[in-house]
Design a protein around this ligand. Structure first.
Ligand SMILES: NC(=O)c1ccc[n+]([C@@H]2O[C@H](COP(=O)([O-])OP(=O)(O)OC[C@H]3O[C@@H](n4cnc5c(N)ncnc54)[C@H](OP(=O)(O)O)[C@@H]3O)[C@@H](O)[C@H]2O)c1
Length: 305
C-alpha cells in the first residue's frame, strides 16, 4: 500500500507536537506548512518535511501544496479565531486536489444553538459551515474532531477546570456538573486515527474524550494528593454571572472577563460541555480509568509552579 501523505498546517502551537508525533507513529509521510519554517524545522527534523506557508495568498498556498503533491489529507491546527487563513487553506486544498481535511475544531460540540451563539466560537462556526458546504458540493471530504476541554493544557495553563497552581478555582454551579476533557496525547491519537480511517469517517463530526470529570471530583483528588495544601474555591452561579457580564457589556466592557461567563454557563450550567456520546471506540481510543485521572491531577499538584 502506498504511504499516506499528510500536510499539517500550524505546527508551532499547542497541538503540533502531539499530532505530528502520532501521525509519524502511524507511518505517515508528514509535511508541515508553517509561517516560521526555521522554528518548525528545528523542532521536527527529517524525514518530516517543512514548507513555507503564505496565508495572504490562496494561490501561493495552492502552489505549495501542489509542489510537494499527492497529499491524502490536510490537518489544520491554526487558532480557531484566525478565520481567513483557514478559509484560504481549505480553498487551496481543494484547488490542489487534497481529498480530505481535518479542520481546526478541537473543542466543545457546536451542535446546540446555545453553543453556536457563543461569540468565542463565531469564527469556528463560520469555518465549519464553509467546509461542510464545500463537502456537500463534492469538492472535498472532512472529519472534524471535537475533544472538549484540553485536560493537561487546562491544568498547566489557565487553571481550568480546577486551579492547582495556587489561585482559586471558579466552581461553577456547585461543582458537580460533568465535563468532557481530553489530554493532548489523546487528541494526537484521534487525529492520526481519523486520517487512517478517513474513508469510514468521511464527512463526519466525531467526539472524543479522555474522561468525563467534575470540578469537585478533581478538587477531591487534589486534596487527597496534598492534604496539607489549600485548594480555594470561588463559587460561581453561572446564570447570575452571565447576567452580570451582560450588564457590564451594555456599559461598554469587553474582553475575556466579560466573555468567559457565557462559556461557563453553556459548559456547566446547561451541561453542554459533556459529550452525550463519544467515538473513542470507533477510533480505537481508551477512556481513562479513575486512577489515571487521579494520576494526571497528582502530576500537576506536585508540579513546582
Ligand atoms: N478545547 C480546548 O481546551 C482548546 C484549548 C486550546 C486550543 N484549542 C483549539 O486548538 C486549535 C489550535 O489552537 P492553538 O492554541 O494551538 O493555536 P495557536 O497556538 O494560536 O496557533 C497554532 C498555529 O497556527 C498558526 N497560526 C497562528 N496564527 C496564525 C495566523 N494568523 N495565520 C496563520 N497561521 C497562524 C501558527 O503556526 P505556524 O507559526 O507554524 O505558522 C501557530 O503555531 C484551535 O482550534 C483551538 O481552538 C482548544
Amino acid at each position: 500500500m502506498p504511504t499516506t501523505k499528510v500536510a499539517v498546517a500550524g505546527p508551532n502551537g499547542t497541538l503540533g507536537p502531539t499530532v505530528i508525533n502520532h501521525l509519524v507513529k502511524q507511518g505517515f509521510e508528514v509535511t508541515l506548512l508553517s509561517r516560521n519554517t526555521e522554528k518548525a524545522a528545528q523542532q521536527y527534523p527529517p524525514p518530516i518535511k517543512v514548507a513555507q506557508a503564505d496565508y495572504t495568498s490562496m494561490e501561493n498556498l495552492t502552489e505549495t501544496l501542489r509542489e510537494v503533491g499527492g497529499f491524502d489529507s490536510l490537518v489544520i491546527l491554526i487558532n480557531r479565531r484566525d478565520l481567513e487563513p483557514q478559509i484560504k487553506l481549505i480553498d487551496a486544498a481543494i484547488a490542489a486536489g487534497v481529498p480530505h481535511i481535518v479542520p481546526s475544531s478541537f473543542g466543545i460540540s457546536t451542535e446546540s444553538p446555545e453553543v453556536r451563539a457563543l461569540p468565542q466560537i463565531k469564527e469556528k462556526i463560520e469555518m465549519e459551515k464553509y467546509l461542510v458546504k464545500k463537502a456537500d458540493e463534492g469538492k472535498v471530504s472532512y472529519t472534524a474532531i471535537n475533544t472538549g476541554l484540553f485536560f493537561d493544557w487546562g491544568l498547566e495553563g489557565p487553571g481550568i477546570p480546577v486551579n492547582l497552581k495556587g489561585g482559586p478555582t471558579w466552581r461553577a454551579d456547585g461543582g458537580d456538573v460533568a465535563l468532557s476533557v481530553s489530554t493532548l496525547d489523546l487528541i494526537g491519537q484521534a487525529v492520526a486515527q481519523a486520517v487512517r480511517k478517513r474513508e469510514e469517517a468521511r464527512n463526519s463530526f466525531l467526539y472524543v474524550h479522555s474522561a468525563a470529570v467534575t470540578q469537585n471530583q478533581l478538587l477531591q483528588y487534589a486534596r487527597e494528593t496534598a492534604p496539607e495544601r489549600d485548594f480555594p474555591v470561588e463559587e460561581v452561579d453561572t446564570e447570575k454571572a452571565v447576567a452580570d457580564a451582560e450588564e457590564k457589556m451594555r456599559q461598554g466592557a469587553t474582553g475575556p472577563r466579560v466573555a468567559a461567563p457565557a462559556m461557563m454557563r453553556v459548559s456547566f450550567g446547561l451541561g453542554l460541555g459533556l459529550f452525550k456520546k463519544v467515538d473513542n471506540a470507533f477510533l480505537g481510543l481508551e477512556v481513562m480509568t479513575e486512577e489515571e485521572v487521579k494520576a494526571v491531577v497528582a502530576k500537576y499538584v506536585r508540579k513546582q509552579w
